[in-house]
Design a protein around this ligand. Structure first.
Ligand code: KG4
Ligand code: ZN
Length: 359
């Protein structure tokens, strides 16, 4: 029998997305960004995002159905991000999904956005449970052991900024374009990572928690010192500061990954694997460091293609399919949850990125 045809919707931050999947086959995946709407404000404005989602969701759905060559009537179930994220955006998606499911008389599945990211390596590479996931994006940073579609153990995470957020702030402080990750990475290519001594936050403490806000403060001080000494920043200063900052993030993520890996391997998983997801997974230096750790320990390393690392609806449809197979359906009481931790037993997060609990 064919796998069910699932329509997935995602609207938890600043991307309006719809996708149609059959099992692990992505028939279509449409992502409509909103960057230009928020550009003037230096960050995502929740009210503007919510309005844009409400306007664009039906267009994204139409496009996803057309690209997949199916009609609404062919859809077997509707999966939607029900949190965590910006409440107005999540609500837009949940209301749309409820309307569709009720109108079609088909099952509705509320999906945790973070579970969507965390299950993506199963969609792209068919990874078996349990695997270790490092989720690193503009809004999130955490180590998870993914044991099942609804079973996650959180080993640690950021206590303040998310790494993508730190890259974005670094770019702003150095006058480099947004998003900061790619422009800092580009500038770092010609830089000397040893010229400035950046701290390696929290390495002196046991465990897998991370902190990135101190790096930004260190960078600010170094930048101001250079400006005071020579009246401005030269190209080489920007490159060296970018390289020093990136090296600090890389080293901290690498060391904490070693610790998370030790905890994960203590369970003696049959086919040990690490997967990385989120926008920061695009960073070549960070990927390289994690790949080296995996090679050292004989562990499989996977990084989904970038389009599936960043926010998209294919991951929501896929996660919805896993829940559907378990009979874990939602009903018309489904609500938008701005906060929704994956690991119900983990201590509450001190911080989940200052942009909010998104990933
Ligand atoms: O997962 P994502 O697309 O969005 C959410 O945060 O939901 O991640 C975006 C973040 C931005 O902060 C961006 O600067 C960062 O990922 N990023 C990178 C790179 N490409 C994107 N950070 C470091 N290096 C990169 N090459
Ligand atoms: Zn995300």
């Amino acid at each position: 029998m064919n796998d069910p045809l699932i329509l997935g919707l995602e609207s938890s931050c600043d991307d309006t997305a719809a996708a149609v999947l059959r099992g692990r086959q992505i028939l279509s995946s449409v992502v409509m960004g909103q960057a230009e709407l928020h550009a003037a404000f230096g960050g995502v404005v929740p009210e503007i995002a919510a309005r844009a989602h409400a306007e664009k969701l039906d267009l994204a759905i139409e496009q996803a159905l057309a690209d997949a060559g199916v009609t609404l009537r062919d859809i077997d179930a509707v999966a939607v991000t029900a949190g965590p994220g910006l409440i107005g955006g999540v609500l837009s998606g949940v209301m749309m999904a409820k309307g569709l499911a009720a109108g079609l008389g088909k099952p509705l599945i509320g999906v945790n956005h973070l579970a969507g990211h965390a299950l993506t390596p199963r969609l792209t590479d068919g990874l078996a449970f349990p695997y270790l996931m490092l989720l690193v994006s503009g809004g999130h940073c955490q180590f998870l052991i993914v044991r099942g579609p609804q079973e996650f153990t959180r080993l640690g995470g950021t206590i303040d900024d998310a790494p993508g957020e730190a890259f974005d702030k670094t770019a702003r402080l150095l006058g480099l374009p947004q998003p900061g990750g790619p422009s800092v990475e580009q500038a770092a290519l010609c830089g000397d990572e040893k010229r400035f001594r950046f701290p390696r936050p929290l390495l002196d403490r046991p465990g897998c928690d991370l902190s990135f806000s101190g790096l930004k403060t260190a960078l600010l001080r170094m930048r101001d010192q250079i400006v005071a000494d020579q009246g401005g920043l030269y190209e080489q200063d920007r490159a060296d500061l970018s390289a020093g900052f990136q090296a600090a993030v890389r080293d901290v993520l690498a060391e904490k990954t070693r610790r998370a890996l030790a905890l994960y391997l203590a369970d003696a998983p049959e086919a040990p694997a690490i997967a990385i997801a989120g926008g920061v997974a695009a960073n070549t230096a960070i990927r390289g460091a994690l790949q080296a750790i995996c090679d050292e320990r004989g562990v499989r390393f996977t990084a989904p293609p970038l389009a599936l690392c960043t926010d998209n609806a294919a991951m929501i449809a896929y996660a919805g399919g896993e829940l559907l197979a378990l009979g874990e359906l939602s009903d018309m009481a489904l609500t938008a949850r701005p906060r929704w931790p994956l690991d119900r037993n983990a201590a509450p997060l001190l911080g989940s990125g200052k942009k909010g609990a998104k990933a």
